[in-house]
Design a binder for this molecule. Structure first.
Ligand code: ADP
Length: 394
């Protein structure tokens, strides 16, 4: 059964075509700069790469082009082979605790929670509608970034603020990257030779955006992002946790609106803010090699924040079987993993520095004597989307 996993942004559309349940990747690609004259369509399949620069005015045109290519390049014989389309949707609020088959009611509900993710949900919906127009008879499924975290208890998801902020406006921790945290925690349990219901796992998803998740017996118990993805640990351009009074203070000192200050916390902070150089981990590590003090501070600050969260989750979980690293930095930057794990000595964690040099493949990178295993696990959100689409289209 062929399933397309889709991640639609406001001007982009990423896709993978998978053969399920084998989970074989048949094609993957991205359409970028939708709405501009020089849109870029890239598709990889069978060791080949096909790239075209042309005007793609809307997501609907992007989807038509993708479907034409799938047949035109002989990746599929006919479009009838496609039996499901799964879409990443950023925010499901409290309405969606699992993935769901999309119908008119679900679309309305995704629109209803859009004020919680005003940049993302409308873009995700554009992708959903474009595929529905092109493939009206195919089961379409929404897979929410927030759904995995809906198992958190109020003591984890409530903020200590006036209660009616929650009842009136839904102010609470939602958490994100749920699809990745779920995938990695399932792989981790498998690597440990345990059932998910037996394992206590901490997942560190460290990419440009970054969050941690405490997974107890297969369920998200706590996570570091909050009401928005700004909370938690320092990221490429996001600050992570700060004293909220700083927002008002800087707004007065620099004569900026609250929106402008929040924009700086989202776009000008984290690695970029502290280093003054770059939001990209590779650039930062090059600068660290040169002895650049601000870059050293940027990577150490992030490592400290991550280690502190791991400590907190170790307490919440009442122990831990494995700490997992995933996403662009977690999978590739051995230097970052070392900085973090070196701060965890109190937990009896020991990194195997040799094994830690691995990049982008599943591996146990702790010493045999380590009290907690350290696992490197490449994430695969598309496979999770395709699995849920398969499960719900039966
Ligand atoms: P997102 O999906 O949140 O945009 P990614 O998971 O793609 O982010 O991660 C992007 C980050 O991963 C960048 O900071 C990039 O420098 C880092 N990264 C990717 N490859 C490497 C590598 N080989 N070494 C170090 N960092 C890497």
């Amino acid at each position: 059964m062929k399933i397309i996993a889709v991640n639609a942004g406001s001007s982009s559309l990423k896709f993978q075509l998978l053969d399920m349940p084998k989970e074989t990747l048949l094609a993957s690609g991205v359409v970028e700069r939708i709405g501009l004259n020089d849109s870029i369509f890239t598709i990889k399949y069978n060791g080949e790469r096909n790239k075209e620069i042309t005007s793609i005015p809307t997501h609907s045109v992007a989807v038509e082009m993708l479907l034409e290519k799938l047949v035109g390049l002989n990746i599929l014989k006919t479009l009838n082979e496609i039996e499901g389309v799964g879409h990443r949707v950023v925010h499901g609020g409290e309405l969606f605790k699992d993935s769901v088959v999309i119908n008119a009611e679900v679309i309305k509900a995704i629109e209803d929670v859009s004020d919680l993710a005003p940049l993302h949900n409308p873009a995700n919906l554009t992708g959903i509608k474009a595929f529905q127009e092109a493939l009206p008879n195919v089961t379409t499924v929404a897979v929410f970034d927030t759904a995995f975290h809906q198992t958190m208890d109020p003591v984890e998801y409530m903020y200590s603020v006036p209660y009616d902020w929650y009842t009136k406006y839904g102010v609470r921790k939602y958490g994100f990257h749920g699809t990745s945290h779920k995938y990695v925690s399932l792989r981790a349990a498998d690597m440990l030779g345990k059932k998910p219901e037996e394992a206590k796992i901490i997942v560190c998803h460290i990419g440009n955006g970054a969050s941690l998740c405490a997974v107890k017996y297969g369920k998200s118990m706590d996570t570091s992002m909050g009401f928005t993805p700004l909370a938690g640990i320092a990221m490429g351009t996001r600050s992570g946790d700060i004293d909220p009074a700083i927002v008002q203070f800087i707004s007065q000192k620099e004569n900026k609106t609250l929106d402008e200050v929040i924009h700086e916390l989202n776009q000008k902070s984290g690695y970029l803010g502290l280093s003054g150089l770059s939001s990209d981990s590779r650039d930062l590590w090059e600068a660290v090699e040169r002895g650049d003090k601000k870059s050293i501070l940027a990577v150490e600050k992030q490592a400290k924040m991550i280690a502190d969260y791991i400590g907190a989750y170790y307490i919440s979980l009442e122990g831990c079987d494995a700490i997992c690293f995933t996403a662009g930095i977690g999978e590739n930057a051995s230097e970052t993993r070392k900085l973090i794990v070196d701060r965890l000595k109190a937990l009896g964690v020991e990194l195997d520095y040799e094994k830690n040099l691995t990049r982008g493949e599943e591996k146990i990178i702790s010493k045999d004597s380590s009290k907690i295993k350290i696992l490197l696990i490449p994430t695969n959100e598309e496979v999770m989307i395709a699995r849920d689409t398969l499960r719900l289209s039966k």
